[in-house]
Design a protein around this ligand. Structure first.
Ligand SMILES: [Zn+2]
Length: 390
């Protein structure tokens, strides 16, 4: 079937054709990842300006300034084609020869320059370096993380679709894969994203490389982060200081965090005295975006993108979301209190009127962030029961 995304057309196997036989063999095309790819294009456009405006101004001609981009598991090549359309010098790699052929055809179909190569991603990333590397594997990216750090000069883009291990719902798999203790909390999507960034920061540090997440988001299906790399040991030391632990009460939803590599969990919940407190970590506790960069990305979202409205909404939220390492779900809190949920905007205004910082959070429509703790949130913003209203 022919699929149009952004300014490119690609041939992709129709997922419905694979239902009877060989479904697992067909080159994979996931239409649900269109938002992910739209955002990638906007990030790549904004990143070109970011690099142009800083380190690479010394390049002698515009051609020298073209950044190289590796789509390490390219499948149909749709992401690679869109990166080429955005002006990148593209390599589309896949271990499956059918995928490589399809990616090559799809680049040609759009008259786009670029190379399609048959290679195992790890082999390629250990033998060549690219300015930007994009990892979009089935499930966890961790088996490719070390090679990806080795093969990336500037920007490492990573998708993880194994949300259950990431957020602690599949605990043993999460521990094994991400070398941390993930916990299944009421802020599970954020847990997953911070487990992922934390694990990648540790892998990078082994190679004296620092990561800085300049754009990141998590949805029901996956977590995605764009990490700007600095190849310098002292920078790596500094980046690791963003690692730490979250202590979380399963009864009253109180949580606190601490930086460092040694956890000091409270014996009982400081808020309600419950012994049902759990600790997650080490995870990434630092910022997940660079707000100025997010604004620049938002300027690169164009109406020819199929998901431009959702991408714009996501970026608008990321631009104002507080940096606190956990968020709350307003409906969950109201249910806990036996109070009717009011409009999130009203709820956040009540918190701000009481002197706290408050923002929506992109993890869901009822999610928010604040520097108030659970009892302070209740004091400031618990909606009155209908019978209490005048
Ligand atoms: Zn508690």
């Amino acid at each position: 079937m022919r699929v149009s995304e952004g300014d490119v057309d690609v041939e992709a196997p129709d997922p419905r054709d694979g239902s009877s036989e060989g479904a697992g063999d067909a080159v994979f095309f996931n239409p649900e990842m269109e938002l992910n790819r739209d955002l990638t294009v906007a990030v790549l456009r904004a990143y070109e300006s970011r690099v142009d405006g800083s380190a690479n101004v010394g390049a002698e001609s515009p051609a020298d300034r073209t950044l190289s981009y590796l789509d390490a598991m390219t499948a149909t090549g749709v992401r690679a084609a869109r990166a080429a359309e955005a002006g990148y010098d593209v390599t589309a790699a896949d271990v499956d020869p059918e995928a490589v052929e399809l990616a090559r055809e799809n680049l040609a179909l759009n008259d786009l320059p670029g190379e399609a190569v048959e290679s195992d991603a790890n082999v390629l990333m250990h033998s060549e370096r690219f300015d930007v590397v994009d990892l979009d594997p089935f499930g966890t990216p961790m088996p490719f993380a070390d090679a990806a750090v080795a093969g990336t000069r500037k920007l490492l883009c990573v998708t993880a679709t194994d949300t259950a291990p990431l957020c602690g719902a599949h605990f043993d798999s999460g521990v094994r894969t991400y070398d941390t203790v993930p916990r299944n909390t009421d802020f599970h999507r954020e847990m997953g994203l911070r487990v992922l960034i934390g694990a990648l920061s540790r892998v990078a540090a082994r190679r004296d490389v620092a990561v800085e997440p300049i754009c990141s988001h998590a949805t029901r299906h996956y977590a995605r982060t764009y990490l700007e790399l600095t190849h310098k040991a002292t920078a790596a030391d500094k980046a690791l200081q963003w690692l730490g632990f979250v202590h979380h009460c399963e009864d009253c939803l109180y949580r606190e965090h601490e930086f460092g590599r040694i956890a000091h969990p409270p014996e009982d919940c400081p808020n309600c005295g419950s012994a049902r407190s759990s600790t997650a970590g080490p995870i990434w506790l630092g910022p997940i975006v660079d707000r100025e960069f997010v604004d620049a990305v938002a300027d690169e979202v164009t109406p020819n993108m199929g998901e431009w409205k959702r991408v714009s909404r996501l970026l608008d939220t990321l631009a104002v979301e507080l940096d606190t390492p956990t968020h709350y779900d307003q409906h969950r809190l109201c249910k806990q209190w036996g109070a009717p949920a009011n409009k999130l905007e009203t709820f956040l205004d009540d918190l701000r009127d009481a002197g706290y910082e408050a923002s929506p959070a992109h993890y869901g429509g009822t999610c928010f962030k604040t520097d108030a703790d659970v009892s302070e949130i209740r004091e400031a913003a618990e909606p009155a029961a209908a019978s209490d209203r005048e």
